[in-house]
Design a binder for this molecule. Structure first.
Ligand SMILES: Cc1ncc(COP(=O)(O)O)c(C=O)c1O
Length: 508
């Protein structure tokens, strides 16, 4: 988090063998939240003034207090965590009594004394220092995200927020994809194994890794096929990536099965669960190592900002990188690659997302119910040739979806409640021209490249979100030209169905 630390400037990019400074020995939980990032172990021979030593001790006490608060909140239920995060009454009293988390818009932190500054910039005491890397408002959001995504998971979890979902996908994969020393000649290229059924931006990013870094991208065409993952992963696999459910085809996969395959080769599994959100599915408890969220979507459902997050469990496997990458990946990302590459989140955006998160579970429940009603109606309509929605028994991944996607903490009576999210896609009878005509007749459902909103939105992926990957890429990802992606929000489903009915008109 410190801009000009010589020790950190000298770190080469993700060396395979070299040590980099990491979190304080014995640190557990999320070290990146309302308390600033934890510090690396001090150099044993360092000579420090009594003033600096005192600043270090004060910093250690703050870390301990934050760990205690984290443990207190971890015992609470999902909704309570979503509403409060780590923003306690004590924290409020230190912020003029404000019951909402304040927006700290200042890019830089003022230090009381040179001793405080020296301790902070040597990474020996927690500090904010500079907003590109750390900031109190970002910290509140990061603590909440780590607790929500880690809900039900026993071990430590940390989160780092990013400027967008794409920045999060990049930060969750790029650190594993440096070329190993000596690659070339007869040695195989490092590879990334990924489900081809993913967001078009992710498809393009991975294609960029291939073009710019020479990384081999091994696409898994059918993510339900465990044998295909098994065949793709080998000793040169640096990271395994899957989107669940996927945008726009709602592709699903067996997270525990794919995690076992990735771990068998020593690689981490990254899951983009933007469409599910932690209200329906938390991949870390099923064996995933890193979760990516586009907070621009349902988690920030009112649609006021673009944001993303990398949320990782501690002690992940990786063939590559310094020890601190494995010990606490999210913190590693924050202190090194994110610091150097610069895709940090604005505190103002963090505040917008935090406000939406407070109602996440209730919104996801409501939108899932609406989506189920609309999906059933579409499936029964002869003007529609196929509906892809995880909640329909006809959907090929229905059983896997039902296994992984349930409303956290159950329904209002506490019973297990399968819920399948807000997103679906469907094909219109009559082909691409009929599809476009129906799409153009929508009067309530917005035509836009967006999803996860309180307002229902439709798009045709082949001409929008997945246009850039070209016909071959779309064929690989199973995105036909007549596919409409539909994100269902908070309107009454009767009105949405009336709009779809009118739009489909005499189609087919
Ligand atoms: C599943 C998924 N992941 C990542 C992203 C990228 O998120 P952002 O638009 O916040 O960069 C999107 C965007 O639609 C998405 O649908």
């Amino acid at each position: 988090m410190i801009e000009t630390s010589e020790r950190f400037e000298e770190q080469p990019l993700e060396p395979a063998t070299q040590e980099a400074p990491g979190p304080a020995a014995g640190s557990t939980g999320n070290d990146l939240g309302s308390t600033p990032p934890a510090t690396p172990a001090p150099a044993p021979d360092a000579v420090r003034s009594p003033g600096v030593e005192a600043a270090i001790e004060r910093g250690a006490a703050r870390l301990e207090a934050a760990a205690a608060e984290r443990a207190r909140m971890r015992a609470m239920r999902f909704d309570t965590i979503a509403v409060h995060g780590l923003y306690s009454m004590a924290e409020a009293l230190a912020n003029q009594g404000s019951i909402n988390e304040p927006a700290y818009l200042s890019p830089a932190q003022h230090f009381a004394t040179s001793d405080e500054m020296e301790a902070a910039l040597a990474y020996l005491a927690p500090s904010w220092t500079y907003s590109r890397i750390a900031n109190p408002t970002l910290g509140y959001l990061e603590e909440t995200l780590a607790l929500l995504e880690g809900y039900g998971y026993e071990g430590g979890v940390s989160a780092t927020v990013t400027a967008s979902g794409m920045a999060a996908v990049m930060m969750a994969t790029s650190p594993f994809l440096s070329m190993d020393p000596g690659v070339g000649g007869d040695r195989p290229r490092p590879n990334l194994v990924a489900s081809a059924r993913c967001y078009g931006g992710t498809f393009m990013l991975f294609s960029r890794y291939a073009a710019e870094r020479g990384i081999e991208i091994r696409w898994v065409r059918d993510p339900l096929d465990l044998a295909a993952w098994e065949a793709a992963v080998d000793d040169w696999t640096r990271v395994v990536f899957g989107e669940m459910p996927s945008n726009p085809g709602l592709g699903v996969f067996d997270i525990a099965g794919v995690a076992a395959i990735a771990h068998g080769s020593g690689a981490p599994l990254v899951v983009d669960s933007t469409i599910a959100t932690p209200a329906l599915m938390r991949p870390l408890e099923h064996g995933a190592d890193i979760v990516v969220q586009s907070l621009s979507k349902a988690m920030g459902g009112s649609g006021m900002t673009i944001a993303g997050a990398v949320i990782a469990r501690h002690d992940i496997p990786s063939h590559i990188g310094p020890d601190d990458l494995r010990a606490n990946f999210a913190q590693h990302v924050k202190l090194l690659p994110l610091r150097d590459l610069g895709p940090g989140l604005s505190p103002f955006s963090a505040l917008m997302v935090m406000n939406d998160l407070r109602t996440l579970r209730g919104r996801v429940d409501h939108w899932s119910g609406n989506a189920m009603t609309v999906a059933r109606w579409l499936e029964a309509d002869p003007r529609v040739t196929e509906v892809r929605y995880p909640g329909l028994p006809s959907f090929p991944g229905h059983l896997e979806s039902a296994r992984y996607m349930t409303l956290v903490d159950g329904d209002s009576t506490g019973n297990v409640a399968p819920r399948f999210g807000h997103l679906m896609s469907f094909r219109v009878a009559g082909g691409p021209a009929a599809t476009r005509a129906a799409f153009d007749r929508l009067q309530l459902i917005w035509r836009a490249t967006d999803l996860g909103r309180v307002k229902s939105i439709a798009t045709i992926p082949a001409i929008s979100t997945h246009q850039q990957q070209g016909e071959t890429g779309r064929e690989l990802a199973d995105i036909p030209e007549d596919l409409v992606r539909l994100s269902i929000g908070g309107e009454h489903p009767d009105d949405l169905i009336a709009d779809l009915d009118r739009a489909l008109g005499a189609t087919g």
